[in-house]
Design a protein around this ligand. Structure first.
Ligand code: UDP
Ligand code: MG
Length: 316
């Protein structure tokens, strides 16, 4: 098998037919052997039935059906776990990642790169707030992490089976694949493309999923927020020390003092705020440690047509 195309699917019925048609056409032109790995991440719009009927007609089509919605990153991870191709393409189901780029990605990979990611020149049809927050997030993330996570890229990329094997060895529950792939190293390259609008349906990424995703990216690859808390603590303590000296001076030496309600309440509130932020940040890390310690399976498979795992041994 030359190529596995991993596609996470969450309510994408309106896009699946043209997705398969366009990828199939591209694969045909490339003259490579390929398999499609649809990961059905919950949802109820009939996507699964469509995929199953496709799988009956076309033996190159594999699917994994999750028992519920586990999220985009987990769906992609499951696809990578079971992909058998020498190279693996990761792409969205909504055709925002144009299949016509796959030959370029593949030929770049064949030049000797284990990772070739697709970098977007522009993003069409996305709300300016999403573009702006995403842009800001990746620039901050780059500043505060040690791994070199490429800017303006999503998960649309081709990776060698070797890289997928590294990812399988990373047991963390809170997946941030683009960071993990950057961490894995190997020779990496990129090609540029224009990101299209979603063909049909609506985005499955709600704001709360996006915020969780951003927090996963930061906490998985940076200790900066924790360190920030320490810095804050030092700065605030230093200010408090100076203010304390001043208070003593005015109380006992200059004798010029007022009943300091304002300063009192301000400092109490200020310290309270800092402490809450600090506790919150520490809590973010602890909750991630907690979920890694629990060692629950990353996902639960309800149904599949994989040859590599037996139906009895379903819980991966
Ligand atoms: N997706 C998923 N699980 C989710 C949300 C999304 O598998 O909980 C899939 C979705 O079907 C699509 C890809 O992840 O193939 C990207 O999602 P979407 O297009 O909604 O995100 P956006 O492009 O808006 O960031
Ligand atoms: Mg999309």
């Amino acid at each position: 098998m030359d190529i596995t195309i991993v596609i996470p699917v969450y309510n994408e019925l309106s896009n699946l037919p043209s997705l398969f048609e366009r990828t199939d056409k591209v694969i045909g032109q490339m003259g490579v052997s390929a398999e499609w790995m649809f990961v059905h991440d919950g949802g109820n719009d009939g996507s699964l039935e469509w995929i199953k009927s496709l799988a009956r007609r076309d033996e190159r089509v594999r699917y994994i059906d999750f028992s519920r919605n586990f999220g985009h990153q987990v769906a992609v991870s499951a696809g990578l776990d079971h992909a058998t191709g020498e190279y693996i393409v990761i792409m969205d189901a909504d055709l925002q990642d144009p299949p016509e780029i796959i030959p370029t990605l593949y030929s770049e990979a064949l030049k000797g790169y284990e990772v070739v990611y697709a970098r977007r020149r522009q993003r069409k049809g996305e709300h300016f707030l999403k573009r702006w927050t995403a842009g800001l997030f990746y620039r901050i993330l780059r500043k505060i992490t040690a791994v070199d996570i490429p800017l303006d890229t999503g998960d649309f990329r081709i990776i060698h089976q070797k890289v997928a094997a590294v990812l399988k060895q990373m047991p963390e529950r809170h997946k941030f694949l683009r960071g993990q792939i950057a961490w894995a190293g190997y020779r990496q390259s990129f090609v540029e493309y224009d990101r299209d609008e979603r063909l049909g349906g609506k985005s499955g990424y709600t704001w709360s999923k996006m915020i969780r995703f951003a927090l996963d990216g930061i906490t998985a690859f940076s200790d900066f927020p924790l360190r920030l808390v320490t810095y804050f603590g030092f700065i605030v303590s230093f200010i408090a020390f100076i203010v304390g000296l001043y208070a003593l001076y005015s109380r006992f030496i200059s004798g010029d003092y007022v009943q300091g309600w304002a300063s009192l309440i301000i400092s109490v509130l200020f310290l309270g705020g800092i402490q809450m932020i600090a506790i919150g940040i520490i809590g973010e890390y602890i909750s991630r440690m907690q979920s890694d310690i629990r060692k629950r399976p990353l996902y639960v498979i309800n149904d599949h047509n994989l040859s590599s795992i037996s139906k009895q041994n379903d819980n991966s």
